[in-house]
Design a protein around this ligand. Structure first.
Ligand code: ADP
Ligand code: 5GP
Length: 220
């Protein structure tokens, strides 16, 4: 994959019920491609073991979050499972300015707000292969107390209702396959008609040249 800046980078929104695998897929996608960058979100939740400030999230207090929100720093923000989450406008701008698609792992409320701000965004919903697999993965991750787990499952019910708002659905059964599919969606979107920069100009130049040739041949 070329490291050259893209002329038409766009946001790629990944949503899923908690434990669906969107964070894992995003991480692998970033590891495989250099035409994508990640928008590091802000959150008021506590860091999990191994999570790094500024890499996985910008971890903020509620006061710091509210301050930034009042200052209009967020492209979108939402309360999810009792914590605040938000995407900084400057995170999106930074990745797009480097000519890379900006991958965002956000909930369905945030996705609705971002779709309005970035109609060119590509939206992908990640589904677990079954409820059992989702529950097993969530429990194996061991990052939530039983109470937090119930909160996440309740949110999962809401999130699943929103699946039809998304353009694409990727079932996260085999991880490799799921990452490959998300990559294929990005590749297809790059060449989709409305994203090809200057398509009209390109076609008009072709028509002009062919017409000139027709005129030349007809007159000789
Ligand atoms: P989300 O970000 O959607 O809450 P995660 O990416 O944290 O979900 O994934 C939840 C758990 O499931 C993690 O422990 C992750 O390692 C695991 N996981 C994700 N995708 C797969 C997969 N395809 N196969 C097996 N385990 C997976
Ligand atoms: P987690 O706490 O498991 O990292 O994330 C919980 C939920 O918050 C997930 O649904 C995740 O997609 C969502 N989330 C993470 N970052 C953002 C963000 O910047 N904005 C919004 N709206 N949701 C986010």
């Amino acid at each position: 994959m070329s490291a050259n800046p893209l002329a038409n980078p766009f946001p790629v929104i990944l949503s899923a019920p908690s434990g669906g695998g969107k964070t894992t897929i995003a991480r692998h996608l970033l590891g495989r491609r250099n035409d994508v960058g990640y928008s590091v979100s802000c959150t008021t939740r506590q860091p999990r073991r191994g999570e790094r400030n500024g890499v996985d999230y910008h971890f903020l207090t509620r006061e710091q979050f509210e301050e930034r929100r009042s200052a209009g720093a967020f492209a979108e923000s939402a309360e999810v499972h009792g914590n605040l989450y938000g995407t900084l406008k400057e995170e999106i701008a930074k990745v797009l300015a480097r000519g890379r698609h900006v991958v965002m792992d956000i909930d369905v409320q945030g996705a609705r707000q971002l779709r309005r701000a970035f109609p060119e965004a590509v939206t992908i919903f990640v589904l677990p292969p079954s409820a059992e697999v989702l529950l097993d993965r969530l429990k194996a991750r061991k990052t939530e107390s039983p109470q937090q787990l119930v909160a996440r499952l309740n949110s999962a019910l809401q999130e699943l209702q929103a699946v039809e708002e998304y353009e694409y659905v990727v079932v996260n059964d085999d991880l490799d396959e799921a990452v490959r599919r998300v990559g294929s969606i990005v590749d297809a979107e790059v060449v989709s008609r409305e994203r090809v920069l200057g398509l009209r100009l390109q076609v008009e130049a072709l028509i002009h040249r062919l017409q000139a040739e027709i005129d030349l041949q007809s007159s000789s």
